[in-house]
Design a protein around this ligand. Structure first.
Ligand code: GP9
Ligand code: MN
Length: 440
């Protein structure tokens, strides 16, 4: 036995956020449909360009009675982007400070990941749908370690001259053709759709635009972003219509999240005028606020509404597990159920910066931060505020510790020394994880 697992385990026990009894198990045995909204930022929600909503369908879900909608939910990825967003959702641990988790550590590490937990505790069958080739980010080697039963990648769909754009199959085609697989999956199922069309540089073929007239900023990446986001929104609406028509809607909980920004910080000044700022007013504080991404949980009968709780991608797995009635207590996950009364609202960014409901602290060096007041965006002179300065340092230490523990677990592959009670380690060499044979 390796004793270096002791500190992470102790940390997990100290920081465990117990389920909220109002929500625990409300989605028991429901199908779980997770939709990864590529490059989708929160500011798009209820946002109009030329008087027209960019994402009318998502806007209709946001704030709906059957949707838990989060207004202060942040992405927490570094360079790993999609890879590391997936890592947080599936494993409850952070991605890497540099590089991408999936291709670097995913093929070799041991996990107690979402598909395996859901399968072993509640009998879920699992599948991923994605329009890119299976080898990208080494997903074909990582998903067996996560315990995924099926991976429907680009070659699982019909491909023609005009069916792909950018990295792969257009979202509408992926959703539409996925249904022939979905209908065969044993229920309850846990499926993840990784969308793709709303990806940099946001090229949308003219035939896929429904007359949406986009912005005319001098930056075409910004202008194009609204077009592909609008397309993604319409793809989601079509998919929801299918779910309703097929009856799956009534038996499912649908989780939607944005994986990371689409517009990078260097382009934000070009976006600024559309958000009501002048280009030269734009600050690092504003950049940090734009790292909000959507997080919505939709289910018929769910007690929904807009939640202002601060949180991030690391919190998704324990939140979902508790909704389907699985206690996250015995798993080494570093997030905290967003619905729990114990949820801490300190949101670490992957680079050690952090946001709280009151402050935004941007890391400048070891124990050094630029601190802004969220309510005004004003930068605070810490040399004149000893109490706040101490408080920020203390929170910063907590954030650093959490990230460090995650890195330690991942870099030293520590989960191979810890098997939670009742969990059966995954054997990725088992024939059932041989996806290449399944889908040809
Ligand atoms: C690739 C897709 C994009 O398959 O998931 O990844 P990203 O570039 O956003 O990390
Ligand atoms: Mn991505």
């Amino acid at each position: 036995e390796n004793t270096s697992i002791d500190e992470p385990l102790k940390y997990q026990q100290e920081n465990y956020a117990k389920p909220n009894s109002k929500y625990f198990g409300v989605a028991r045995k429901k199908n779980l449909i997770v939709i990864h909204l590529e490059s989708f930022q929160q500011f798009l929600i209820n946002f109009k360009v030329n008087g027209r909503e960019v994402t009318p369908f998502l806007d209709s879900l946001y704030g709906d009675n059957n949707t838990l909608s989060y207004s202060n939910f942040f992405h927490q990825v570094g360079q790993g982007k999609t890879s590391d967003a997936e890592t947080m959702l599936e494993t409850g641990l952070f991605g890497l400070p540099e590089g991408s988790f999936l291709p670097q550590l995913g093929p070799s590490n041991t996990f107690q990941a979402a598909p395996a937990i859901l399968n072993q505790k509640e009998g879920y069958t699992s599948a991923v749908f994605h329009g890119n080739v299976a080898s990208f980010y080494s997903r074909d080697k990582v998903y067996p370690n996560f315990g995924y039963n099926y991976f429907l990648d680009q070659k699982s769909f019909h491909n023609s001259n005009d069916s792909s754009v950018g990295f792969g199959l257009k979202d509408k085609l992926m959703f539409a053709e996925s249904t022939k697989y979905l209908e065969q999956l044993q229920q309850p199922f846990y499926v993840k759709y990784i969308t793709l069309t709303n990806h940099y540089p946001f090229d949308l073929p003219a035939e896929d635009n429904d007359d949406f007239v986009t912005s005319q900023t001098k930056n075409n990446v910004v202008n194009n972003y609204f077009l592909t986001a609008h397309y993604l929104d319409s793809a989601l609406e079509e998919f929801f219509n299918y779910l309703k028509k097929s009856g799956l809607y009534d038996k499912s909980m649908i989780v939607l999240y944005g994986d990371h920004y689409g517009i990078s910080n260097d382009k934000n000044p070009d976006l600024a005028p559309l958000l009501g700022y002048s280009e030269d007013q734009w600050t690092d504080f504003n950049n940090a606020q734009l790292q909000r991404v959507p997080f919505m949980i939709h289910m018929k009968g769910l007690k929904g509404g807009v939640k202002n709780t601060y949180g991030g991608e690391i919190d998704v797995l324990p939140t979902i597990l508790h909704l389907v009635g699985i206690n996250s207590k015995s798993y080494l996950q570093l997030g905290e159920d967003l619905l729990s009364k114990d949820h801490s609202q300190i949101v670490p960014f992957r680079n050690g910066s952090f946001v709280t409901p009151e402050y935004t602290a941007l890391k400048k060096g070891k124990e050094s931060y630029d601190v802004y007041l969220n309510s005004s965006g004003e930068k605070i002179d810490l040399s004149e505020n000893v109490i706040l300065s101490k408080k920020i340092k203390k929170l910063g230490k907590q954030v650093d510790r959490r990230l460090k523990i995650s890195d330690k677990i991942n870099n030293q592959n520590l989960l191979r020394f810890y098997t939670p009670e009742g969990f059966m380690p995954i054997d990725p060499t088992d024939d059932k994880y041989n996806y290449l044979n399944q889908t040809d």
